[in-house]
Design a protein around this ligand. Structure first.
Ligand code: 5GP
Ligand code: ZN
Length: 103
């Protein structure tokens, strides 16, 4: 499958991970929209939130958001999931944006 995030998860681009666990990997956005801009990405290829039916995985992803924010030194941050092209989704592998600034 030609999915850029699957390739990153696979280590094809030697992308540094902020953290990784059984369910997800976290890495910095290549085009940051905030001083800290990370992406929390499930290891499982799911095209978007519309294709996700696993409540447990969603819970694990949100717990990973919290862990990544803590690790990056963010006490305050925004989370964003773009779902569908019209909403601005460019990469069709589910991901949660985590954006903030260390204070
Ligand atoms: P979307 O618009 O799909 O919600 O977000 C996709 C995000 O992935 C964008 O913010 C974009 O900058 C980021 N991105 C796209 N390709 C790469 C890549 O190869 N490496 C990294 N680190 N981020 C990427
Ligand atoms: Zn993928």
């Amino acid at each position: 499958m030609d999915c850029i995030f699957c390739k990153i998860i696979n280590g094809d681009f030697n992308t540094e991970f902020v953290l990784e666990n059984e369910h997800a990997v976290v890495f910095n956005d290549i085009n940051p929209k905030a001083p800290v801009h990370m992406l929390v990405v499930p290891r499982l290829h799911v095209a978007s939130l519309n294709e996700l039916n696993d409540k447990n995985l969603l819970g694990e992803l949100m717990m990973t958001v919290k862990e990544a924010a803590k690790k990056a030194g963010l006490k305050s941050y925004k989370t964003l999931i773009n779902t569908g092209k019209e909403a601005g989704q460019e990469v069709f592998h589910l991901h949660i944006h985590v954006m903030g600034e260390k204070k």
